[in-house]
Design a protein around this ligand. Sequence first.
Ligand code: SF4
Length: 70
Amino acid sequence: MGLRIDNNRCLRCGMCTGIEPDVFEFNDAGDIEIKEDKITEENKKLVEEAKNTCPVKAIEEVEEEKVDTE
Ligand code: SF4
């Protein structure tokens, strides 16, 4: 799964970090960072829940090959 946060939309409300703090974290700049390496079979339902709960749909799923690596 490839996930990214649309920082222009994110309200920094902390709902995603509350649902799965292992994967969604505030960084020093106050933006949400996704720890994709922490997504496991066990917590992927919570990750999905966080994605669906985000009030502004700022958590987006992206195709792995479309992840911007430049
Ligand atoms: S739930 Fe959505 S709006 Fe709230 S902090 Fe997470 S990504 Fe941002």
